[in-house]
Design a protein around this ligand. Structure first.
Ligand code: CA
Length: 229
């Protein structure tokens, strides 16, 4: 089994390399993001151990570039903070698993074995429905070639619809997903934001994909292949 270790801290990298070699892995190492992208796409690895903090670009960016290049090697991301946002960002960027520093080598080893068993799985990072696309990692969205200018709430709302194409989402579901359980602002905030979103993703393009389902909620229609608006 071949593993690539991506870590700029010399001591941590050396410990990882030695430990993995003792477990029988063929180990390569690199200390920066550009090297990681090059090596991982150029050579076939069974798994990559990727630190989030690197000198040239962060681990999220490395991961996004690998997936963008069509490289689906399993990635275990090492994060220094046990922050939910890092985990979410890592998974959004296409990482397969994460481990918070400091970690035990036994746990790292177990996670790597699990990832190798699963193997490389192709899993696009972009969410797409018809010609609507959204990249959760870079927080950008497009209708066809046109980039959409969305506020953070509008973006979160669009992401929710793109994760549930064709499904009716109730106002309560939307409220709890995009706002939070404790939200006690205006009661029609969901309707307001759906209206804002329509003005940006549908109306300028002459389509009505974000539908009202009377008495139930809202649905992002999955357009048929062509000519259906
Ligand atoms: Ca580092």
């Amino acid at each position: 089994m071949r593993v690539l270790v991506v870590e700029d801290e010399v001591r941590t990298s050396a410990l990882l390399q030695r430990g993995l070699a003792e477990e029988g892995y063929a180990v390569d190492a690199t200390a920066d993001g550009a090297g990681a992208v090059w090596q991982a796409t150029e050579f076939g690895y069974d798994v990559v151990v990727l630190d989030v903090l690197l000198p040239d670009m962060d681990g999220f960016e490395v991961c996004r570039r690998l997936r963008a290049e069509g490289c689906w090697v399993p990635v275990l991301m090492l994060t220094a903070r046990d922050a939910v946002i890092d985990r979410v960002r890592g998974l959004d960027a296409g990482a397969d698993d994460y481990l918070t520093k400091p970690f035990s080598f036994a746990e790292l080893s177990a996670r790597l074995r699990a990832l190798i068993r699963r193997g490389a799985r192709e899993r696009p990072v972009l969410l797409q429905v018809g010609d609507l696309r959204l990249d959760p990692a870079s927080r950008r969205a497009w209708r066809g070639p046109a980039e959409l200018e969305l506020s953070p709430k509008e973006f979160a709302l669009l992401e929710l619809f793109l994760r549930h194409p064709g499904q009716v989402l109730t106002r309560t579901h939307i409220l709890e997903s995009v706002w939070d359980y404790a939200y006690d602002g205006v009661s029609n905030v969901v309707d307001q934001y759906v209206a804002y979103l329509r003005r940006k993703i549908d109306r300028p393009f002459g389509v009505k994909h974000l539908e009202t389902v009377r008495g139930a909620g809202y649905r992002l229609r999955v357009p048929l292949l062509s000519g259906t608006g």
